[in-house]
Design a protein around this ligand. Structure first.
Ligand SMILES: Cc1cc2nc3c(=O)[nH]c(=O)nc-3n(C[C@H](O)[C@H](O)[C@H](O)COP(=O)(O)O)c2cc1C
Length: 387
């Protein structure tokens, strides 16, 4: 009996038939089956989400504690690191790590060595925060964006809460230098022993700011039409892929997430912009496309998956915590190739085992998400210790 016969037998025979049980297992087990992402071979399809945890020192150097934290989570099919700044100007958070100095590279080498020694794989998420920062965080440097429009509200800085400043609109001539920073940080990630790089083009930071007509009012070749707004992200992707290989370069996007002032409310424009973006990178055969969208079964996500043609990782965003049931459903319904999981991995270093065996879970404590030190970071117990 082939895979299709099993499906038809199940559809026609009711849920208690042997064929139907086999079908259910076949797909559910998929979450725990291997996945190839370009040059990366994953033992399962559960991917640790990029999670900013503000545990680096003020010099942006990864610590021994961070090595321990990431190594504890090495059974995940893949770990994506927290967002790492590509330049001091683009630093978005206090206590955020960077990939701009020898000291930072050495700190990350310690992290990647620990993850590899524990049997895991780790990709660096590289980012420029764009206008979502302030001089109080980025060392008094200018704050840059596609257009001179400030984010509403206050940001946490080393000097307390400050309003987001009106950013400097990058000139056309200044853009290649920002691209070069992404390339340099990606090369530094390779030097630091990462297995690949994910470009952060989601959640309202610099790359995303170029995509949205709300935050990008440019009149040069990087603004206006959907193709023009997608141009910068495509250029950065291509430059990084040229430097380290597309087969170890992924991209994260969050169409329609409407976060941090980056609004995408016109469905036709969103589809056109992200289709242009995907068309610009798909021929290079990227390692993966990671899509954050509240409903991965939405036609937008599935259209993008089809035009991308390569492996797609899914995450339904901040609304509710990703659950085991949701992850299994994404696989059962063949909505993507892997599932990105955030907060449940913060609290459960052994999440793969717990979900595979349907064991009880630790509950994440949001009050320690952005604190410093081991509490809520390296002290969540694995199941055996908890029982
Ligand atoms: C504490 C925290 C930090 C985060 N940091 C990042 C980040 O650095 N980069 C990023 O792309 N997303 C970041 N996110 C979003 C997560 O990657 C993920 O999309 C979100 O937590 C929803 O998934 P979940 O329900 O599985 O937690 C962060 C989320 C949280 C809760």
């Amino acid at each position: 009996m082939g895979e299709l016969d099993i499906l038809f037998t199940c559809a026609g025979a009711g849920s208690k038939s042997a064929g139907c049980a086999l079908q259910k297992d076949f797909f559910s087990l998929n979450l725990f089956s291997p996945l190839t992402l370009g040059r990366l071979e994953l033992p399962n399809r559960l991917v640790m989400a990029p999670l900013t945890r503000t545990r680096s020192g003020r010099r942006g150097v990864p610590t021994e504690l961070m090595a321990e934290h990431y190594a504890q989570r090495a059974s995940m099919g893949l770990i994506i690191s927290e967002g790492i700044y590509t330049s001091l100007e683009g630093q978005g958070f206090t206590w955020q790590p960077g990939l701009t100095t020898d000291e930072q590279i050495a700190g990350w080498k310690n992290v990647t060595d620990a993850v590899h020694a524990a049997g895991g794989r780790i990709v660096a998420q590289v980012m420029n925060a764009g206008r979502v920062t302030s001089p109080g965080t980025n060392g008094g440097r200018r704050v840059v964006a596609p257009s001179a429009i400030a984010v509403d509200g206050l940001t946490h800085t080393y000097e307390g809460k400050q309003p987001y400043p009106v950013p400097h609109a990058l000139t056309t001539a200044e853009i290649p230098a920002i691209t070069a920073e992404f390339v340099a940080a990606s090369r530094a990630a390779m030097e630091a022993g990462f297995d690949g790089v994910e470009l952060h083009s989601a959640n309202g930071y610099l790359l995303h700011e170029f995509l949205s007509p709300d935050s990008n009012l440019r009149t040069d070749m990087y603004g206006g039409s959907p193709e023009n707004r997608a141009r910068f992200v495509i250029e950065v992707y291509r430059a990084v892929a040229d430097a380290i290989g597309a087969d170890r370069t992924g991209l994260r996007i969050s169409p329609e997430n409407n976060i941090q002032g980056v609004l995408e409310t016109n469905p036709a424009d969103v589809l056109a912009t992200y289709t242009a973006l995907v068309a610009g990178i798909a021929p290079l055969k990227p390692a993966f496309l990671s899509i954050l969208h509240r409903d991965p079964s939405d036609i937008l996500v599935q259209e993008l998956r089809k035009s991308f043609g390569g492996p797609v990782l899914l995450n339904s965003g901040f609304g509710i915590l990703t659950t085991r049931e949701e992850a299994l459903r994404f696989m059962d319904q063949d909505l993507g190739d892997g599932v990105v999981v955030g907060r449940p991995v913060i609290a459960n270093p052994d999440l793969v085992r717990r979900w595979q065996e349907d064991l009880p879970l630790n509950i994440p404590d949001p009050s320690t998400f952005y604190s410093h030190g081991p509490a809520g970071y390296t002290d969540y117990p694995a199941y055996a210790e908890a029982s």
